[in-house]
Design a protein around this ligand. Structure first.
Ligand SMILES: C[S@@+](CC[C@H](N)C(=O)[O-])C[C@H]1O[C@@H](n2cnc3c(N)ncnc32)[C@H](O)[C@@H]1O
Ligand code: SF4
Length: 354
């Protein structure tokens, strides 16, 4: 923690009581996607055939500026948000990130500032992110098998650089580090145990995520989902596990620990055991659209209001109206017919950052 971060007592005192939506879910987290571009082409997120050299990503002037992001973040914190995650696309393609982190971490009432990255560009910047006030990182890493890793990063990643990024983040104190693994049947499920073995005892928390039907472009099929309960059984055959309590209501991962004391592991079962009932997350895209569901088909454009100089009161009014009316719970209502009808219209994951 740096001197930029307000003292715990000050933060507690400044915390707003979260507003709740139509289903009584509090607004707790804000995920901010900084840009829609990425240096990987993970087939489950940005398949190369769709996101080719001629694909038109957002131009700079279409993306929110830091000043605009900070205005939204500040209003969100005033409505009860205490956790902010910076994501993308790949957030580390943004070279000025420390400046934004310094601004966000000073918001009174915020007690957790995290960043999700594919880790490729992390090693050289980990220390400066920590110095700017970032609390921790989550690194996405689907396999330690070179061939599988290459396939799952769309041939763009370097496994050794990602591992160096994780080490540098640990060195810089960006902990606890979480390692996100999207598990796809027939693609990387046979390498999960090796990956867990590698990180056992490191203090990093591996989280096994069910391949989700986010967006419309990843060719999602239920057959490719490995249900968490199957993975859990598989892991238990190697190492006994015990369930542990959630850190806070609405936590997405089901937490387990190795009985032999070698650390924690999480299961994110967004397909087979949806957690909409506790979902407390709002998501801001790089071009300023606020979404209240990962599977949303539409959001609310805040950029226009920001650029028309809406003041804090007006922005508070807009955000609170969005949250108060929120009643979405796509994952809980998911059915094959519904998923198909929904298929063509959902927002893409790389636009809102997971
Ligand atoms: C969209 S990425 C953005 C941040 C950064 N580029 C990264 O990969 O960590 C955020 C998270 O979404 C996950 N993700 C993307 N597509 C997914 C899918 N179809 N199912 C499950 N998780 C997915 C990624 O694995 C990653 O952990
Ligand atoms: S999951 Fe992350 S790293 Fe992979 S393509 Fe999507 S945004 Fe890029």
């Amino acid at each position: 923690m740096t001197s930029l971060t307000p003292k715990p007592a000050d933060r507690e005192a400044a915390k707003a009581t979260p507003i709740v939506d139509a289903l009584q879910r509090p607004l707790h987290d804000l995920r901010i996607s900084l840009l829609d571009q990425c240096n990987f082409r993970c087939p489950y997120c940005m398949p190369e055939a769709q996101y080719h050299a001629d694909y038109e990503f957002l131009r700079r002037q279409q993306r929110l500026t830091y000043e605009e992001i900070l205005r939204v973040a500040s209003v969100a914190v005033g409505l009860g948000v205490s956790k902010i995650r910076l994501t993308g696309g790949e957030p580390l393609l943004d070279k000025n990130l420390p400046a934004l982190i310094e601004g966000i971490v000073q918001l009174p009432g915020l007690d957790d500032l995290a960043l999700t990255t594919n880790g490729m560009l992390l090693a050289p910047v980990a220390a400066s992110l920590a110095a700017a006030g970032l609390h921790r990182v989550t690194v996405s890493l689907d396999s330690l098998d070179e061939t599988v890793f290459a396939r799952m990063s769309g041939g763009r990643g370097s496994l050794s650089r990602v591992l160096a990024g994780i080490d540098a983040a640990a060195e810089a104190g960006l902990t606890p580090i979480k390692i996100n693994v999207v598990v796809q049947r027939g693609v990387n499920d046979h390498t999960v145990i090796e990956l867990l073995e590698h990180f056992r005892g490191s203090g990093h928390i591996v989280r096994l995520i069910e391949f989700m039907d986010v967006g419309n472009r990843n060719g999602w099929k239920m057959e490719q989902v490995v249900p968490s309960r199957d993975l859990l059984e598989q892991v238990k055959r190697h190492w006994p596990l015990r369930r542990i309590d959630e850190n806070y209501p609405g936590e997405v991962a089901r937490r387990y620990e190795y009985i032999d004391g070698q650390g924690e592991i999480g299961f994110i079962s967004s397909v087979t055991a949806p957690f909409c009932g506790n979902c407390s997350r709002a998501r801001l895209s790089a071009d300023g659209v606020l979404y209240t569901c990962l599977f949303a088909t539409h959001g609310t454009d805040l950029r226009e209001s920001l650029r028309n100089n809406a003041d804090e009161e007006e922005l508070t009014d807009i955000l609170s109206r969005i949250w108060l009316q929120r009643a979405d719970r796509y994952s809980e209502l998911r059915s094959p017919a519904r998923a198909e009808a929904h298929m063509q219209r959902k927002v893409e994951m790389y636009r809102i950052g997971g």
